[in-house]
Write a protein that binds this ligand. Structure first.
Ligand code: FMN
Length: 175
């Protein structure tokens, strides 16, 4: 049984460092600084050419990214708190500022600068985003403790049925 659930390990952005990236107009990463690669757990080459949603964490409400895109497309600066997922499925919080890059008055790219978030703010934003996802009928994060026999049964049955454990639980509840 080699399923690991390591989504709950936090990496803290150093207080004196900035995560910087640029994307094309579709959100494909065109530049990533060393700090970005280091904190996200990717090599810079792995990030370049990928859509920025490679970092998307399931705790982030869809509504927030809609606001982000609506704001930057309108030519304004979007700022807010984002929980990102690392390559190893751990997470890190950033305060982000996202805006357009203009050449001769024409929008050519987008850029983002991200920095450290105080712990109290991270907790507050986690609760706020949990509330929004519930309001918007998106996913709910649920952690439960199972005895080993039940856990092994769950994993074995889900493998037999080619379902994720979540899908299997859902189908059992719907019976
Ligand atoms: C410059 C820039 C930086 C972005 N940074 C992030 C980020 O750090 N994390 C993230 O999940 N989405 C980021 N996004 C938004 C993604 O493009 C995407 O909208 C989001 O991950 C949601 O994925 P989805 O649109 O496929 O639902 C950024 C977009 C731009 C233009």
């Amino acid at each position: 049984m080699d399923i690991t659930w390591d989504m709950f390990v936090e990496t803290e952005v150093p207080k004196d460092e900035l995560i910087i990236s640029r994307t094309d107009l579709k959100g494909i990463i065109t530049y990533a600084n060393e700090t970005f690669a280091h904190i996200s757990g990717y090599e810079p080459e792995e990030l370049i050419g990928k859509p920025h949603n490679i970092l998307r964490h399931p705790d982030m409400p869809k509504r927030i990214f809609k606001e982000l895109w609506d704001t930057i497309k309108a030519g304004d600066i979007w700022s807010g708190y984002v929980k990102n997922m690392r390559k190893d499925r751990g997470y890190y919080w950033v305060y982000a500022e996202v805006s357009g890059v203009y050449k001769d008055g024409k929008l050519v790219e987008y850029k983002s600068m991200r920095s450290w978030v105080p712990k109290e703010k991270r907790i507050q934003m986690q609760n706020f985003y949990d509330k929004i996802r519930l309001e918007d009928k998106e996913n709910v994060r649920a952690v439960c403790y199972l005895d080993v026999d039940t856990y092994e049964k769950l994993i074995q049955k889900s493998q037999e049925q080619g379902k994720t454990p979540e899908k299997l639980l859902k189908s059992l509840l719907e019976k």
